[in-house]
Design a protein around this ligand. Sequence first.
Ligand code: TXA
Ligand code: MG
Length: 307
Amino acid sequence: MKILPATEANIAKAAKAILAGKLVVMPTETVYGLAADAANPEAVRRIFVVKDRPAENPLIVHIADAGQIEAIASAFPEAAQTLAGRFWPGPLTLVLPSAGSVAQECTGSAGTIAIRMPAHPVALALIRTSGRPLAAPSANRFMKLSPTKAEHIDPEIAKQVAMILDGGPSEIGVESTVVDCTNSSPRILRPGGVSRGDIEAALGGPLGSLPSHLPRSSPGMYSRHYAPRAKVLLVTRLGPEMTGLTFDEPANDRQIKMPLSPSAYASILYDCLHRLDFLGVEELAIQAPPEEPEWEAVQDRLRKASA
Ligand code: TXA
Ligand code: MG
């Protein structure tokens, strides 16, 4: 495996690889990303091949300072500025009208571009050292579990990248919240690391809602996604023979007791699923978390893992 510690020397090597059109797996605070130079169409196309991702699913472009937005987005509405000011660097992605400076493969069908400034020092260092905005989806195969540790990376993906920079476990543990800011009232396309409540508090009002028939304007909206190999069942309580995640005292050593705080739960969720999946069991049972707004991102991932 090409897992390398994220030292300054290795980050410099990774930046060279990016500039040569290669792919690098980089740590972020949400999940590990499969990064390429966002301005290099060939490199961006390779991301889709390596992930086995449908071409119509646009990518998030990662920046290291707000000055980079001007070149990438043709408008930066006030609400988006407020959210960037409050949550960047961090687990928030803003969808803005594209200025057309990055590879077309990164942009959505309506000429939009998703932009995020990650809070991980290694991701920021890689963006700065390469001097390029980096297109980076989660570094998993399409529909599979996102990696939150270097060791989670699928060997098939590892083979096709220049290197995997190991930056330790991703602290947030679920993907960024994606907010569409191309309309007068911003709305969440994918719940994630920043809660709806915190976004509404920052905006001083409620977010817009999505039409229920919305087609796949966002790949995060496929009903199955984020899935381990095993079949996932959401249950009210785990039976003593089941393998899975519980809030109760574990009844066997294939049950993991999960924290009752949504952020602590999210932080370890994918790692727990990777670990249990590694046991090779056929079924994973997950005790459903409380139906409360702070659990929105976790609920979304569990629903999609079990669909
Ligand atoms: O936390 C994250 O967001 C991670 C790390 C690596 O930054 N990245 C990530 O990328 O989760 P990916 O490709 O797995 O998910 C991208 C999400 C999808 O739900 C997609 O719908 C949305 O971002 N997206 C990207 N570009 C978009 C666009 N132009 N319009 C609407 N949605 C977009
Ligand atoms: Mg993903």
